[in-house]
Design a protein around this ligand. Sequence first.
Ligand code: CP
Length: 322
Amino acid sequence: MNATAGKPQDRALPTHLLDLDTLAAKDILGLCDRAVQLRDTGSQAPAALQGMSVINLFFEGSTRTRSSFQLATERLGGRVLNFDVATSSTSKGETLLDTLKTLAAMSPDIFVVRHGTSGAANFVSQVLGEGFGIVNAGDGWHAHPTQGLADILTIREQLGDDWAQRRVVILGDILHSRTARSLVKGLSSLGTRDIRTVGPRTLQPARFEGVTMHSAVEDALPGADVVMALRLQRERMQRHSIPSQREYFELWGVTPERLDLAAPGAILMHPGPIGRGGDLASAAADGPASRIIEQVANGVAMRMAVLERIAGLLARQRKKGG
Ligand code: CP
């Protein structure tokens, strides 16, 4: 993907999407435009991935991301291999490095990588280098760029392009959220300055560039036009990060009453999977402000746009190389 000129991230290979800090505002908006075009083509999408293979290399569970990359690849005429970690030789102790070398020898074109360790996608990028497309599908707490892009597309479709005026609240387990980190990078590139986080102090990082941190929902929500709720990521938590589930929901759970504190017409988003009764009430998740299902639909369209772009760059690279 295009790198922003003059930044250290320039070193990112153009066919690798590891996080959103390598994309300029025009690249992000260009992908949004293309995602909408591709979504509108329905079954007539261009066969941009014809003759290409995508490996979904998922070492962590996923419903939305893996399924949407699979559908996106198939809609663009490509082939998908869903690497199943449970039945792979990873279960016999094969390392990530050896798994990569093995799969790379089978001449796929694009790797879509999810891993529980922050930095795993960068490691894959360094090991495989040029010649392959690499997309980070979520690594540890670090980054989830295609989720961030799908979320930006959803905000744009609901509220327009007035990014400097957006007031975005990210609520819940910020500390462990790769989605929050990528979304903040993308919004900051677009010019959004009023980004607030809210949640228990134990679930917020010590520092988070580009955001104002709050502990009380009542302080964070007034005036917000986007409320992004996050899941409690228990699998990444220390034992005592929250007092109890009941107290957490009482203090930070998303309810229709709390949403009323936000600006009129504010939208509720959540990258999923949602914790009904845990991080948000069903009445909020299924209520009129919710755009959670739109986010999922936009995830397929955005992944089509990303894969199409990488496939085009790979094809040009190969043509140049003879
Ligand atoms: N939002 C997201 O990454 O969901 P999955 O874990 O289901 O892919």
